[in-house]
Ligand binder design. Structure first.
Ligand code: FAD
Length: 305
């Protein structure tokens, strides 16, 4: 119930203004986000890499509404990739990209062109790109763009959301040719017609998707904080005879940092999803919805008005 309320608030500009103006917000935000600028992302990446972790950096921003905004986002990624290369943080650090931030909603051709230039720059910098998955209305377009990009950039990867009913079949299709697939539960508010609604159904779907990915010839990226699913990920890797360099775990920055280090200590690749930027509201609200215990700041911000 609270999850639904928070996800609804994620789309409200009025609530956004209230939360952003609350001083207590900033401390919570700092736990999950590197900072507002690319220098923050670089500094934080350096710390994580020095601790034996890999990183995927997300420049926060979604629902871009005009071509100039899309171009600015693409340029931000190009500059970031140059800086990561210059700081010798590649290939440990890669980037995660939301196609909506590149204009997918109003012009998917333009989003593709921007994604192409980001992939080209990543390739020059010796690193990779992963396409985030957003709400279900964008899944087909994102997968189409993925396949077009892979013709010239075979290392580009994509996220799949276990809560979508279609995802088990998608995972079977995607578990090929070293394709990098990030399996997550899914973070958006989706209707029952397209998505499983209960935790049990989503977890069972996650395991079916995991089986498809681990049993194929792609590169599975097991993105979850769920202790049971992490243990099942380890088990399936053993079952399908995958060595630690044939899959990886991924967790969000600020979530279960001890577990990140524990897994890395066991010899697994552990990649931390590290967001930065000024547009943190939508991202933070999805984190609050996942763990209402983190949402005290949000409630306080509303009550103090
Ligand atoms: P949950 O069901 O949220 O939690 C399960 C269990 O994990 C909890 O019971 C608890 O034991 C443990 N846990 C969870 N959070 C915490 C915490 N803060 N502290 C301690 N224990 C905790 N979603 C998308 O829709 N598209 C994407 O492209 C996308 N990319 C992602 C990339 C990465 C690297 C990760 C990790 C997630 C991504 N997500 C994405 C978000 C994802 O879909 C889930 O919303 C999010 O990961 C929460 O699901 P969970 O698997 O951690 O399990």
């Amino acid at each position: 119930m609270l999850r639904k309320v928070i996800l609804a608030a994620a789309g409200s500009h009025r609530v956004e203004r209230l939360v952003e103006s609350a001083p207590v917000s900033r401390n919570v935000v700092r736990r999950f986000i590197a900072g507002t600028g690319s220098d923050d992302a670089l500094r934080c990446s350096r710390e994580l890499v020095d601790n034996g972790l890999a990183v995927t950096i997300d420049h926060l921003g979604e629902d871009t509404t005009n071509p100039a905004q899309a171009e600015a986002t693409a340029n931000e990624y190009l500059t970031l990739l140059d800086a990561l290369h210059a700081a010798e943080l590649t290939p440990a650090a890669e980037v995660s990209v939301k196609l909506s931030a590149l204009g997918q909603v109003f012009d998917d051709k333009q989003a593709y062109e921007h994604a192409r230039s980001i992939c080209a720059r990543a390739s020059e910098a010796g690193t990779t790109v992963t396409l985030d998955m957003e709400d279900h209305t964008t899944t087909d377009s994102t997968l189409e763009i993925l396949h077009k990009l892979r013709v010239d950039f075979p290392t580009v990867g994509v996220a799949v959301q276990a809560y979508l009913r279609r995802s088990e079949a998608d995972c079977r299709d995607l578990a090929v040719d070293g394709l990098r697939v990030r399996l997550c539960k899914g973070a958006y508010r989706e209707p029952e017609s397209v998505a499983f609604q209960t935790r049990l159904e989503v977890d069972k779907s996650y395991v079916r998707c995991l089986n498809a990915l681990m049993g194929g010839t792609g590169y599975p990226m097991v993105a979850t904080h769920d202790p049971r699913l992490i243990a099942i990920g380890e088990d399936r890797a053993r079952w399908f005879d995958r060595s630690p360099d044939e899959f990886e775990f991924q967790l969000l920055h600020g979530v279960r940092p001890d577990e990140q280090l524990r897994l890395a200590g066991l010899g697994y690749t552990v990649r931390v999803y590290l967001p930065y930027g000024t547009e943190w509201y939508g991202y933070m609200m999805r984190r609050m919805a996942e763990r209402p215990a983190n949402s005290a700041f949000f409630v306080r911000a509303l009550l103090s008005r």
